[in-house]
Design a binder for this molecule. Structure first.
Ligand code: PHE
Length: 334
């Protein structure tokens, strides 16, 4: 066996190593468990003890030499690859998520009402029939149970529905907290709708309720005008149209001047310059009574406002279905 010839081949091969992959391959080929050097040890096992000793030593010191060299070259290779990293380059931007526009707007609305002295509360999304209908002066067989908006209720079981509006929270909190009351209850509501640009099967409302000894429609108007001014950061015109809800008397539908076209007429307001944003009225005495309070003493207003509509007005969004479309291009704008 010509040890020096073997050493020369190994050295030559070693000098040609250009990158860490080749270095790994080299180590494996010669130093690995099944490497060439092991094989040499296998071959010398039939030699005399004396020969074995000499050759064994020579190989061992050669292996040590190689290992030292490998360590060195490993370091230089590492250094080289570090130098290839340009630390002056700007970092890759990591995309972070953010709150959904409806959540952002809901929080904004809550803040404004809190500044006006309203507490923010929550009601359950699964309601019993009594709270969703009866307590609100809509007894069984009452036409309002089939009427346009409230007749579109999702029934879960005989006595349970997905709330079709946030109004059931009115009697819940009258019973729980008594009066006077100044509260808003935001939340998701469900309706069996044929969806289009302005209708969704679920959307968000915020219920408002103010009960005290001396409340009139003027308070309702004042609170809403102030709210809209804060929310849109400019004076917004509103108009009250007489309407009907079993749980308020008198009842109104309230429009705001269209914020998309400033009242000039566009598709968002169906060319009328006005957009309906809420239903409201003076709380019906029967409802106050169902809330366990004395209707002679406690009077007040209630309103139910669509958070989706307000968001659409604020950001000039022309179709309510964008909100749950999952479209990231849409969402990233907020
Ligand atoms: N609950 C009514 C609706 O969803 C809105 C409303 C709330 C009306 C409170 C009057 C008072 O259409």
């Amino acid at each position: 066996m010509d040890i020096s010839k073997i050493k020369n081949t190994i050295k030559k091969e070693f000098e040609e190593i250009k990158n860490s992959k080749e270095l790994r391959d080299f180590s494996k080929k010669y130093l690995g468990k099944q490497g060439e050097i092991r094989k040499i040890f296998g071959e010398i096992k039939d030699m005399t003890l004396e020969e074995k000793k000499v050759i064994g030593q020579e190989i061992n010191s050669f292996v040590k030499e190689i290992e030292v060299e490998i360590n060195k070259i490993e370091k230089t290779l590492k250094q080289d690859s570090l130098e290839k990293i340009d630390s002056s380059l700007p970092p890759i931007e990591i995309e972070t998520g953010h709150l959904h526009p409806l959540t952002q707007v809901r929080r904004e609305i809550e803040n404004i009402f809190q500044l006006m002295g309203f507490s923010v509360l929550e009601g359950p999304e699964v309601e019993d029939l009594w709270h969703n209908f009866d307590s609100l002066n809509i007894p069984e067989g009452h036409p309002a149970r089939d009427a346009l908006s409230l007749g579109k209720t999702f029934y879960l079981r005989k006595n349970l529905v997905l709330r079709s509006h946030t109004s059931p929270a009115q009697t819940r909190y009258m019973k729980k907290l008594g009066a006077p009351l100044r509260i808003v209850i935001p939340g998701r509501v469900y309706r069996y709708e044929r969806t289009d640009a302005s209708h969704e099967t679920n959307f968000y409302q915020i219920e408002g309720l103010m009960l005290d000894e001396n409340i009139s429609v003027a308070n309702l108007k004042g609170v809403l005008e102030r709210f809209l001014q804060e929310f849109f950061k400019k004076k917004i015109k509103i108009r009250l149209r007489p309407s009907y809800f079993p749980f308020t008397e008198p009842s109104f539908e309230i429009d705001m001047s269209c914020a998309v076209c400033s009242g000039n007429g566009c598709s968002a307001c169906k060319k009328t310059g006005w957009v309906e944003i809420l239903g409201a009225g003076m709380v019906h005495p029967n409802v106050v009574e169902n809330g366990g309070l004395d209707p002679e003493k406690w009077k007040g207003f209630a309103f139910g406002m669509s958070i989706d509509r307000l968001t659409m007005m604020k950001y000039k969004i022309n179709d309510i279905r964008w909100f749950h479309s999952g479209n990231l291009k849409f969402l990233k704008q907020f």
